[in-house]
Design a protein around this ligand. Sequence first.
Ligand code: 2AL
Length: 252
Amino acid sequence: MRIRLINPNTTETMTETIADAARLVAAPTTRIEASTSKSGAASIEGHYDEAMSIIGLIEAIRDDPDADAYVIACFGDPGLLAAREFTAAPVLGIAEAAMHAASFVATGFSVVTTLERTRIIAEHLVRNYGMTQHCRRVRAVDIPVLALEDPSSMARARILAECEAAIAEDSSGAIVLGCAGMADLTRYIQDRLQIPVIDGVAAAVKFAEALVGLGLKTSKRGDLAFPLPKVYRGLTADYAPEEPQLKASRIR
Ligand code: 2AL
């Protein structure tokens, strides 16, 4: 099977980190094809960045209409429901996948994310995903997304310290890493904490494999039906939903 892994921010180096984490857990028969968004912000750290990333995300799906599944590799899960409307193939968001994985291995988990403002966005996601019973607390380390790649930010040590505080203060049995750019820290932190540490990129890839293996696609009955064809104007004109017959002729 083939999974299209989309980094909805425009930073190539982060896509490489994400793709490495995905390939580490993918089955030998799964091909991971990673893409970096062609438009939008260098890092996604707020509602505006998220909104601006969605066209690039949809473009990445449109450029590869035959993937068996898609993964949105940003912890805000930007455009998740829009993407599920746009394609029938399963679409996984890393926050939703990570929180579900955590709920399978612990009765309570903490999320450790980047900035205070993304911490608040992650709290919204906890509520939207019905995870309030499972998520004990969302924490931020106050490190911008792109600084995760900069050794002088001491990101590894600061994230580890926040995870230790989560165990001590939140009584959490598992940690969810709250940024795709933390994907390469999973093993390091888990080895030190000796509790499950969940990176959403890896979780989303494994859930995508499971859904494809089960033969499940996104329901086209109800709100996730293909978008209704209509005229779009201005900057979005090129993204107007097509007539179903036209779309069917392009998609298997
Ligand atoms: C993210 C992420 O995963 N990628 C990005 O650009 N911003 N999320 C976050 N919570 O910092």
